[in-house]
Ligand binder design. Sequence first.
Ligand code: HEM
Length: 503
Amino acid sequence: MQTVVLLATVGYLLAVYVLRWRRSPLYRVPSVGGPFFPLLSYFGGLHTLFRGKQLIQYGYKKYGARPFKIPLLSGWVVIVSDPEVMEDIKTRPENQLWLTQALMNAFPSYHVTGQDLWEDTWLHGVILKDLTRSISSMIPELMDELEVVAQEFLPSDGDGWVSLNPNKTSEEIVIRAVNRGFVGFPTCRNKEYLNSVAQYTHGIVTAWASALIFPILLTLPVSIGRFFNAAPNAERKCTELLKALLDERRELIRKKLAGDDSIHVPTDMLQFCVEEGVKRDYSDERIMIRIMATNLGAIHTTSMALTNALYDLAAHPQYAQPLRDEIAPIVAAEGWTKAALSKMWKVDSFLKESHRYNGMAVITMLREAMTDVVLADGTIIPKGTKVGVPTYSIQHNEEKYPDPDAFDPFRFARMRERGGNDETKHQLSTTSLDWVGFGHGKQSCPGRFFAANELRAILAYIVLNYDLKLVGGGPRPKNFFFAVSLVPPQSGRILVRKRTAIF
Ligand code: HEM
C-alpha cells in the first residue's frame, strides 16, 4: 500500500514537472547546443562551455533575426539579434531587464565581495559622469606614467629585439596606467597595492570560471564563498594600505565644505568614491570595494584589448608606419592631450578593428529578467532567465562588415571619412546596434570612454617608440574560447625593439 502511495506521489510530481516544462515560454524558443529537457540541458551546458562561439554562430546563421536559446550550466540564455528587439532591450528599465542581476549570478562577485556593491549601485553613474568628465585632466598624468612604466617593462635603447609576453606586459602597463587615474600618484606605483589589486581581479575571475563549471557554488552561503577566495583578503589589504589616504581625502572634503577655497581636490576615482561615501556615511571598506570593482571592470578588459592590439601590430608590422604618420604630426602640434588623441582616427580604428576581429565576449547586453518580460517580437523571457545579443556574430556579419574575416585595421577610419554622423558613429567608444563590444543602451559599459582614451594613448605611445614583430613571423596565435569569452593566448610571445628614429 505504502509503495503504491509513494509511486503515485512520484508520478504526480513528475507529471507536474513535465507539464510546467512543456508550458514554459522557453519551450517555444528553438534550442541550439542541446535539448531543452530537464537534466539533459546540463550536458548541453557543458558543450557550450567549450563550443559556445560555434553554437552561437550556428544559431545566428540558422535563425537569422529570430531568437534562439543556448544552455549554460546555470540555465538558458535567449539570444536575440532582431534590431527592433535589441532596441527594446536597450531601453528596458532595470526592474525588468537588469545587467547587474545577470552579472551577479553569472559572475559570482556577490559570493566573494558580499552584497553591498550590488545593492547600492551608484558606481555606474560615477564612472560614466565623473570619471569620463576628468579624462582631459588625466591624459598628461597618464603619459607621465607611461614613460615610467615603459622603462620598467619595455626594452631600452641598445637592448635590440626583446621577447615579451603580451598578456603580462599589457597587464603591467594597464594596471599602472588605470590606477594613475583611479588612485593617483604615488599610490599607483605602490607594489603592495598593485599586487593586491591583481590578486583581487584574478580571485574574482577564478570564482567566475569555477561557478561556470560548477554552478552549485553559487548556492553556497556568502561566508563560505569568501573563505575560499583570494579576493576578500586582497580587498582588506588594499583598505589597510589606503587608510591614511582615505582619511586625507575625507579631510580635504571637510575643509572644502567649510569654505576653504585654497584646497586642491584631486580628480581621480578615489576622490569621487570618497565624496559619494561621505554623503552616505560609508566606512573605508564600503568605499574601497568600489575602487576594487572599478579595477575589476577595467583591468582584464583593457589589458585583453591591448594584448590583442599588440599581437595584431606584431603580425602586421606594415601598419606601423601609417600609424606613425598620423600620430607624430598631431603630437608635434598639440602634445599628448585628449583633443589630440581624438584626432588619431587610424589609432582608434586599429583598436576597434582588433576588438571586432578578435572579439572578447561572444554575448553582451546580457540582462536577467526581473519579472516575466514580453519582448518587442512577442518572445516571453520568464523571470530569472537571461537574454543577450550575439556580439561576435553581429561583428562578423558580412552585411555589416564586408570581408569580416579579414583584419582591415583602417576600415573604421575610412567609414569616419564619409563625414556627418559617421565621424562619431564609428569611434571605438560609440555603441550601436552593429557595435556591441561595450554593450549598448543605458546599461552599457560606463568605462568605455576612459578605456578608449587609455588604449589610444598607450597604443600611440608604443607605435611611436617601438617596433614589434612576431617571433618567427607567421599569423598571430589564435584566441581561445571559454564559456562566453574569447581570451588571448596566455603564453604567446612577440619581439619588441626600442626605436631610434623620430618618425
Ligand atoms: C576595452 C575595455 C572594456 C570593455 C571591452 C568593456 C566591456 C564591458 C561590457 C560588455 C559591459 C557590459 C555591458 C553590456 O553588456 O550591456 C561592461 C560593464 C561594465 N564595465 Fe566595462 N569594459 C571595458 C572597460 C571598462 C573600464 C575601463 C571600466 C572602469 C573604468 C569599466 C567598468 C565597467 C562596469 C563597472 C560595468 C558594469 C556596469 C553595471 O553594472 O552597470 N569597463 N563593460
